[in-house]
Design a protein. Structure first.
Lengths: 100, 136
């Protein structure tokens, strides 16, 4: 049976997961916000975000695969610039579409 | 020759928060299968102390977390959230060696790192790990 991927719900779960895991107000969790330099996420916080999204959307997110989607061999600066709220929304959406 | 040094400090309360909320998922993500077996052998006690051997599962998780983060830093990865913790196996307690696989193994080979060793200490709340990579 084909499931419908609700992109609004994905965005809502991702934003809420980030807001709660990082203890930042929801209005700061905007699509271009960078998790590390804007929202001050540490690696342990990124894991918390990931697990919350997994729980909220009943999916499994592999940290290595997710971050590899940014690109192999990128610099720390390029990684930080790309690792945004929107990136995670897009990655989770692609994964859920692929799992259909 | 030293190829890199990594240091990490983690607060036990942060590990506790993540473990309480995500439990087995966190264990599976952080630990290798060998480490998960080791975890099950450790009593589930509320207290940590500064002995070499972990006194509770929470202490074990905190020590592994710090050691793995320090390892990624020692290998000079572009960013430490770009790896799976399960690519790092920590062998030992207060003095340990590290085995890496996957992307981290490729990073180690690229830098000429053939040996990773480290040390752990804690004051009951803060866990500190230092890892050094060497060519021999």
């Amino acid at each position: 049976m084909t499931k419908i991927v609700d992109t609004n719900r994905i965005a809502e779960v991702v934003k809420r997961s980030i807001s709660e895991a990082l203890a930042v107000p929801a209005d700061k969790v905007v699509p271009p916000a960078r998790l590390i330099s804007d929202l001050r996420a540490e690696s342990i916080d990124v894991a918390d975000v990931r697990f919350r999204i997994e729980s909220g959307l009943s999916i499994r997110i592999d940290q290595r695969e997710m971050t590899a989607a940014i690109g192999e061999g990128v610099s720390a600066e390029e990684f930080d610039t790309s690792f945004t709220v929107q990136f995670i929304i897009d990655y989770v959406t692609r994964q859920m579409v692929a799992e259909q | 020759m030293v190829t890199g040094i990594g240091i990490d400090i983690v607060n036990l309360s942060d590990v506790d928060r993540l473990w309480r909320r995500h439990g087995p998922r966190f264990e599976e993500d952080l630990l290798t299968p060998h480490e998960r077996e080791r975890l099950q052998e450790i009593p589930l006690l509320p207290q940590c102390d500064t002995d070499a051997a972990p006194q509770s599962r929470l202490c074990f998780l905190a020590s592994r977390f710090a050691a793995k983060e320090a390892t990624v830093k020692a290998l000079g990865g572009p960013h430490r959230v770009a790896y799976n913790w399960s690519e790092v196996r920590v062998i030992g307690e207060s003095r340990f060696t590290v085995e890496v696989r996957g992307q981290l193994k490729r990073l180690a080979l690229a830098s000429g790192c053939k040996r990773l060793t480290g040390a752990l200490d804690n004051d009951g709340m803060l866990y500190v790990a230092v890892v050094m990579g060497e060519t021999e």
